[in-house]
Design a protein around this ligand. Structure first.
Ligand code: IFM
Length: 443
């Protein structure tokens, strides 16, 4: 099975890439990395399937050369990776030379293969020592993060094609501090309100520090989920609007309009940090590009029995991935055109993550992930339609290069274009990897 497109169906210079994140692949037990709040979260019963951690993961720390060879062989143009805060600053204060040396080697190795390095500075591995101090609930996290960003960029910033501050602020804040599904596992509206502001303040302070140091092509990566009303009933339509407010609009409106959605602010009330209004000017400083992560839609119903936001997700009718997520490519087209029209105008947009989990099996040395090929194909068709409709989309990164640690789901959910046998660490490119190679011109 192959894709319905070729590289030439996209504008000249359109980037195809593969994406990963440090904690999900590196092996956090190697190279004197410190514990992150994911290590402590996973060590607490009930948080992660089988109590699995990123201690070994895909052993990318030792196997990065082989993994980068794969990206090149697939014909990709770019590699999106993240640096681990806990590896670079194990106690949250001092620098681990071995950690920085690793990223220095990695940066060179990416360039040696003719790939463009797309760096994300925070993909969720907060040092446990900073979590002890309140982590994202503590306003000081903004200056801690700016310091860390400066340290990483001084070492490898000269070689980065593009740099994002934070991956998916919604996950860093709401998912982790209100729904308690990710580290640190809090379920508390005050923690949510604070972290939802501080994560953007941290972005702003890091951006300022990097600009002052002369770095360029700086952005942020937001995740978007289409909020579909479960019915035409006005209560469900209003619930979907609230969902869109705290999931999608909160972050993009602060970044582009220097304001938060009124309805969400009112619900947070006094839980918002004092004087938050004074930070919005900095939070709304221009970015050079916006990263968009998109996977699915949610069908939202009003739920009068639960506290604000008084809603629940209900099972929808569309085919689903192994995560139970509905496959809805129109949502990607919708966000790309909506962002361009309502928020970001001509700021370049890069699809920094898109992909699906499937219960892949190696059979006869092959993994025939036809479902994933169809997923990528229909979403890349949505990207093409968005470009035709005027959205300045400049690239697309498949999530993910490798099967990896899927956070609270442990290793059970496979998102990779390359299968990983966690016993032997053997990599087996799947049919979707081969489909990319054929469409975009690898060896
Ligand atoms: O694996 C994650 C990634 O770390 C962030 N975006 C969503 C992916 C799939 O859940």
């Amino acid at each position: 099975m192959s894709f319905s497109f070729r590289r030439t169906d996209f504008p000249d210079g359109f980037l195809f890439g593969a994406a990963t994140a440090a904690y999900q692949i590196e092996g956090s037990s190697f190279g004197d990395a410190g514990p992150s709040h994911w290590d402590t979260f996973a060590a607490t019963p009930g948080n992660v399937v089988n109590a699995e951690t990123g201690a070994i993961a895909c052993d990318h720390y030792h196997r990065y050369a082989e993994d980068l060879d794969l990206i090149r062989a697939g014909g990709f143009d770019a590699y999106r990776f993240s640096t681990s805060w806990a590896r670079v600053m194990p106690d949250g204060k001092s620098v681990n030379a071995e950690g920085l040396d690793f990223y220095d080697r990695l940066a060179d190795a990416i360039l040696e293969r003719g790939l463009k390095p797309y760096l994300t500075l925070y993909h969720w591995d907060l040092p446990a020592a900073l979590s002890d101090l309140g982590g994202w609930r503590n306003r000081d996290v903004a200056s801690w993060f700016a310091d860390y960003a400066g340290i990483v960029m001084r070492r490898i910033g000269d070689r980065m094609a593009a740099t994002a501050t934070i991956n998916e602020p919604w996950c860093v804040s709401w998912l982790s501090h209100f729904w308690g599904i990710h580290a640190p596992g809090l379920r508390d509206i005050r923690a949510a309100a604070r972290s939802m502001h501080h994560v953007l303040l941290a972005h702003a302070r890091a951006l300022e520090a990097m600009r002052a140091a002369g770095h360029s092509n700086l952005g942020i990566v937001l995740n978007f989920e289409h909020a579909n009303p479960a019915s035409d009933r006005p209560e469900d339509v209003a619930a979907a609007k609230r969902y869109d407010g705290f999931y999608n609009r909160w972050f993009i409106e602060a970044l582009t309009r220097k304001s938060y959605p009124q309805e969400i602010l009112e619900a947070f009330g006094d839980h918002m940090p004092q004087g938050y209004q004074d930070d919005l000017q900095a939070i709304g400083a221009p970015i050079d590009w916006l990263g968009v992560n998109y996977y699915t839609r949610t069908n939202v119903a009003h739920d009068p029995a639960s506290a604000w936001p008084s809603l629940k997700s209900v099972r929808g009718p569309l085919p689903k991935t192994d995560m139970g997520w509905e496959i809805y490519p129109d949502g990607l087209h919708g966000f790309l055109t909506r962002l361009h029209r309502d928020y970001t105008s001509d700021t370049p947009i890069i699809v920094t993550e898109n992909g699906m989990a499937w219960d892949d099996r190696v059979e006869g040395g092959r993994v025939d992930d036809a479902e994933r090929i169809a997923y990528f194909d229909t979403h890349l068709a949505a990207v093409r339609r968005a470009i035709a409709d005027g959205a300045p989309v400049r690239g697309y990164f498949g999530w993910s290069l490798l099967d990896n640690y899927e956070w609270s789901f442990g290793y059970g959910k496979r998102f990779g274009m390359v299968h990983v046998d966690y016993e032997t660490q053997k990599r087996t490119p799947k049919a979707s990897f081969e489909a990319f190679r054929q469409a975009i011109g690898g060896n």
